[in-house]
Design a protein around this ligand. Structure first.
Ligand code: NAG
Ligand code: NAG
Length: 406
């Protein structure tokens, strides 16, 4: 099995146990979305060929999928109906969907070298048709498997209104993975233009992973070990900016970094136009009723206030927040506060979405669909159960509020 992914899985598990601060908050926000770009192991392609699904994202034949997905889904099917099979811009809208999310987290399913890049353009088009009924912004985590181009192509052919925060997933000691993704992202921007590009995010939870891999007793991104990690990350952020500037594009594209909420490093943020902070109330053990307020307070105190003190004042966003609806047999439904359940996802949506829309918090709802590559990589955990849709594209039994996002 892929050691990088194993390590990340371990590190995430461990990081959930870290006591943040000291007192109340047995917090852990983490990462889930993480791994996405995880990518990385070109060299594992062949090894994994026999075990990983090579089928398209619509198949659920990932090895571990028998585990969790008890699918509390009773909502109707939300696959978009094509009004004209030759024109993906003509699709029927689902009346259950509303553009209430400021932004959504998204990874095309199986878009990792570990799965032989089994992501399919047609699936990405379907995803974008659905996502465009929920939001006008998405974030990606990595740049492998041609996913940036596929997403931009999907936006082009569906003609939807969608801005993309593209991603380059940085892994320690794999500079080739960085370079490969950087080039793919920049090539996609050259091909499709800047119109739908909101930013390029370099790194996701790099410092969290760096610290937990070393068994660091701190979760402080500004600790000595955090500074070591920053020294690896910063040249890549600068390099992306340099290469981007060299293209002389018609618009300035912001460069950012994504990190688990507590792990940001100030020197990294000083290189960034924006910071994306992953903040999960469920891992912090809050009740569903308290979760929205917990996320808002945590984000304000841990990210917004400190970032405003930096000379460049990077704009901060909540880049993952949501609620799981199920947990596989290797995980508890309950992380100390409220259970993973559809009912609690509904409570989180009800308490978070309209207030955050009203008070101008930029957030990426986590997440669009139960991603099956996660069931394959992290079988039996909560990882693959955070979607608004289940793995079969059925909207879970939730009702979206009426307030629209700006
Ligand atoms: C990447 O995706 C785009 C859009 O579908 C396609 O035109 C291009 O050929 C793809 N490139 C590769 C190397 O697969
Ligand atoms: C913004 O919205 C969040 C999410 O519901 C809420 O908890 C927070 O108190 C709000 N902040 C302000 C300043 O109104």
């Amino acid at each position: 099995m892929d050691s990088t992914l194993d390590k990340q899985r371990r590190s995430r598990r461990r990081s959930r146990l870290i006591v943040i601060g000291s007192v109340v908050t047995l917090a852990i926000l983490i990462a889930i979305g993480v791994s996405v770009g995880v990518v990385v192991s070109r060299n594992n392609n062949n090894k994994n060929r026999s075990t990983s699904s090579t089928s398209s994202g619509s198949s659920s034949s990932g090895s571990g999928s028998s585990g969790g997905s008890s699918g509390s889904s009773s909502g109707g099917s939300s696959s978009p109906a094509l009004d004209d099979p030759n024109d993906p811009s003509k699709f029927s809208k689902d009346p259950n969907l509303k553009k209430v999310m400021w932004a959504m987290a998204y990874t095309p399913d199986w878009a990792l070298p570990d799965f032989n890049c089994a992501n399919k353009q047609e699936t990405v088009i379907k995803d974008i048709q659905l996502l465009s009924q929920l939001t006008s912004r998405i974030r990606l985590y990595g740049g492998d498997c041609n996913q940036t181009a596929m997403v931009l192509e999907a936006i082009k052919v569906t003609k939807v209104d969608m801005q993309v925060y593209t991603g380059i997933y940085v892994v320690e000691k794999d500079d080739d993975a960085y370079t490969r993704q950087r080039d793919a992202v920049l090539d996609a921007i050259k091909t499709y233009g800047t119109k739908n590009i909101a930013g390029i995010t370099v790194g996701n939870e790099f410092i969290l992973n760096y610290l937990t891999d070393r068994g660091a007793s701190t979760s402080d991104g500004n600790s000595a070990t955090g500074e070591e990690a920053a020294k690896i990350l910063i040249p890549k952020i600068q390099d992306t900016r340099d290469k981007l500037n060299a293209l002389n594009l018609d618009k300035t594209i912001p460069i950012g970094n994504s990190e688990a909420g507590f792990y940001f490093n100030n020197h990294v943020l000083e290189q960034c136009d924006y910071g994306l902070s992953n903040v999960h109330a469920w891992f912090a053990g809050t009740t569903a009723a308290d979760s929205a307020g917990w996320v808002a307070n945590y984000f304000q105190e841990t990210n917004v206030v400190p970032a405003a003190l930096l000379s460049n004042k990077p704009k901060m966003f909540v880049s993952e927040t949501g609620w799981p609806t199920d947990a596989g047999p290797n995980a508890k439904l309950n992380a100390g506060g409220a259970e993973a359940s559809v009912a609690n996802l509904q409570i989180f949506i009800d308490n978070w979405v309209c207030q955050a829309n009203k008070n101008g918090t930029g957030y990426f709802f986590f997440e669009f669909i139960d991603e099956q590559w996660k069931e394959n990589k992290f079988p039996g955990t909560v990882e693959s159960h955070w979607g608004l849709f289940d793995k079969d594209y059925k909207l879970k039994d939730i009702k979206l509020p009426d307030c629209l996002a700006s």
